[in-house]
Design a protein around this ligand. Sequence first.
Ligand SMILES: Nc1ncnc2c1ncn2[C@@H]1O[C@H](COP(=O)(O)OP(=O)(O)OP(=O)(O)O)[C@@H](O)[C@H]1O
Ligand SMILES: [Mg+2]
Length: 250
Amino acid sequence: MALLEVEGVSAGYGVAPNILNEVSITVEAGRIYSIIGPNGAGKSTLLKVIAGLLRPRAGRLVFDGATLNGLRPDQILARGLCFIPQDRCLFPEMTVRENLRMGGYLERDRRVVERRMRRVFEIFPELADRGGQQAGTLSGGQQQMAALGRALMVEPKLLMVDEPSLGLAPRVTEQIFATIRTFRELGMSVAMVEQNARRSLECSDWSYVLDLGTKRFEGPADRMLSDPRIHELYLGKRPGGAKAPERGKP
Ligand SMILES: Nc1ncnc2c1ncn2[C@@H]1O[C@H](COP(=O)(O)OP(=O)(O)OP(=O)(O)O)[C@@H](O)[C@H]1O
Ligand SMILES: [Mg+2]
């Protein structure tokens, strides 16, 4: 049985027309997914619907055997589905440690929380030195690490992350992608939305391409990387061809 089944989901904001039209995706346990596509395709909207932040107008969401439709975001989180939005949503005035502890709020046993926190500091040694520092004063990369660390404190079955590498230097981006692979080794599934489509495909098992609110392609990420149609439309470069501007970048 799949970990997450999104079946024919349509969604939009307020009374405006649908942004997503009958989108279906599947997430299996212990795999990394990238959701790519041009600006405005509805990628972030899809993550918001799955996380319970936006109600679908049609379709069904099933996670770990239970229907998600109608559940609140906190109930969805409690089932093991964690979402890191694009702005990362750290508490800037709170320290790194306090932010991490917020991620562990569902766990009553303090020893478990402390053990998880030690693991976060093992994965992100840069955070260990900054446990007492206010999150708002961290660099962009460290803030993303803190957001990923806080998600790890939940021990989710599925982590969804919107634009993990946004605004980060290439070296830090590599570090973030390496960590995402570590999460898979810990048994989690990860679904990420990324402007850096090529790099996210390199790091993924499977990919979904969203365009104009519909699923346009899906397949193994390595096959996507070598597919000329995907290159032409979404990666801005044909294999062996001249480089065109990356989509979504000036
Ligand atoms: N809160 C909102 N209220 C109204 N419309 C919205 C809202 N959020 C997004 N939209 C619209 O929904 C469409 C899809 O947006 P979404 O953010 O899901 O796209 P995306 O694929 O994540 O794009 P990007 O690559 O730019 O992040 C856009 O036309 C956007 O203007
Ligand atoms: Mg987006």
